[in-house]
Every structure is written in C-alpha cells, then in structure tokens.
Design a protein around this ligand. Sequence first.
Ligand SMILES: C[S@@+](CC[C@H](N)C(=O)[O-])C[C@H]1O[C@@H](n2cnc3c(N)ncnc32)[C@H](O)[C@@H]1O
Length: 315
Amino acid sequence: MTDHRRSRPTEVPPCPGEPPGGPGSQRSDFELKPADFRRLSAFIYDRLGIHLPPVKKTLLEGRLRKRLIALGLPSFTAYCDLLFSERGQAEEVPQMIDLVTTNKTDFFREPDHFTYLTTTALPRLQAGQARPPDKPLRVWSAGCSSGEEPYTLALVLSEYATAHPPFSFTILATDISSRMLAIATAGIYPEERIAPIPQHLRERFLLRSRDRSRRLIKFAPEIRRTIRFEKLNLKDIPPTFRETFHIIFCRNVIIYFDRPTQGWLLEQLVRRLVPGGYLFLGHSEALTGMRHEHLHGVAPTVYRKMGGPGGKDVP
Ligand SMILES: C[S@@+](CC[C@H](N)C(=O)[O-])C[C@H]1O[C@@H](n2cnc3c(N)ncnc32)[C@H](O)[C@@H]1O
C-alpha cells in the first residue's frame, strides 16, 4: 500500500477549547492514582482499542471528574470499584465510553475527500464492474460520531444521483458512543453547525425549525432515509457483520488506536470493501509501515482495493 503521510504517534488530542489535560483538569480535588489509571487505561484499551499512555492521565482525570461528581463518589478508586462491579459493567461502561471518546466532527470535514469522491471515485465505480448499475452503492461511515460525516455523504451522493441517473445508495453509519448515535439518529443540529454546507444543498435538503427562535435545522426525510445508524465497536467487529461496501469512510478514528489494533482494523475494513472499492482515512492518519497487498494509495489518505477475488475487473 502506498502512503502519502508521515507517521504520527498514537495519541488522544484534547477536544477544541479543552485545556491540555481535558475538561476540569485544572481542578485537583480528585486525583487519579497511578494504579487506578492503569486499571482504567487497560480496560479502555481492551474494550475500545484506545491507547492512553501515562501522559494522558490528566486528560482521563478531566474527562471522568464530572461523572464522579454526578455519581457522588469520593474518589477515582470508588469509581473504578463501581465500573468493575457487575452492575457497573452493565450500566456505567456505556457512560464511560461516551466520556472517553473524542467526538470532534463537522459537516464537510476534510472537504477534498468529498471532491475526490464525486469527481473520481464515483465515476470510476459507475464505469467499472464494481457496482452493477441497478444496485445501490453501499457506503459505510465507520466512527460516525454525531452524524455530520454520514449526512455530508448523503447530501453529496443525493446531488450526484440527480446528475447521474440511474444511481442510488445506502449508508451504514456506526459508532460506539450511544450519546453520539442518539444525536445522529435525531438528525437535528443547531444552525451554526451547518455553515460548511453549501447554500444550494441547504435549500434543497435542510428544514428549519418552525419555531425560528430555536435556530435548529433538520435533514429532509429523503436524506434521513438513506442512512442506517447502528452501534458497532470497531475493536470488536463480530464475524456475523459480513456486509461489503463500495466506499468506506473511517476517518479520525484509527489515530486513537495503537499499531496492532490499527493493523487488525485495517484488515477488517479491507475485507469488507468490494474489489475496486475506496477507503478514506483521516488526513492526519498515516499507515506508514502497514502495507496491505490489495490497497493502493490513490490520493492523500484515500486507498483503493485492487486485486483479490474479482479484482481483475477493476478498471
Ligand atoms: C473524532 S470522531 C471522528 C468522526 C468522523 N469520522 C469525522 O472524521 O469527522 C471519532 C469517533 O470514533 C468513535 N470511536 C472511538 N473508538 C471507537 C471504537 N472502538 N469503535 C467504534 N467507534 C469508535 C468515537 O466515539 C468518535 O465518535
């Protein structure tokens, strides 16, 4: 696999506006003891694949502190005891996942990917054998956060469909965070979030709240019905998940994983790409040293699956 980017260390960056140690990190009334940090970070790695080196202790402290306060717990040790109890595993783990995942996203984030999609990838897929014209194009937004990425895909693909009939598509959008999936499924966003969406797409596919003072927008039903939201842990993709896709967006997710997990996930994604299909990674995600015999770099952080069963047909 050809790579266009330099490698970067795996790390969890703070959210925009968050102090370097994470929210609340400037308060010191709760301190995460090294032993508790080790328990939590081992669990987070094991469950989510997210790698938290010791320098991320204050970030984790900051993200979990509010939760301790909400639960009325006296210390991180008490929080660990709760989390690792039978009840905590069922009830607290989803809450903790919501807090430790970084969910930053935007409509039309890394816009050149959408340009490449419509100007190059889709025409090639339409011209080639990878997609029979009477079947919908299948797209997967893996790690979709609060939905901005799959809604952007739905907007761009709807516009493409109008200009290139016959063309239809379906989008599967998955994430591990229940809180993010709830926002995504609702498909309602504050008006200030939609600034990156071009005006003609807003006019065609976005509905304003009847109560203008609420300053909310909702996606039109024709856009919403193209996306299926599901909870899926990319660290633990079940073998029963056998769908294949022409396009996979897995952007700004693998940066949080360590190399072995990245390699495993890459293999899982490639297996679920049809020959000739495209994989889009985040602009800061390098796969240096992680070659895959069937993946070829075709643009910065865009890869195409060549070869493999049926791969000879790829134009
Ligand atoms: C920074 S957001 C990226 C959102 C979008 N792809 C984009 O580029 O704008 C990363 C998302 O990955 C999700 N995530 C992290 N670990 C995950 C895992 N093990 N399985 C599934 N999703 C995960 C987080 O919940 C978060 O919503």
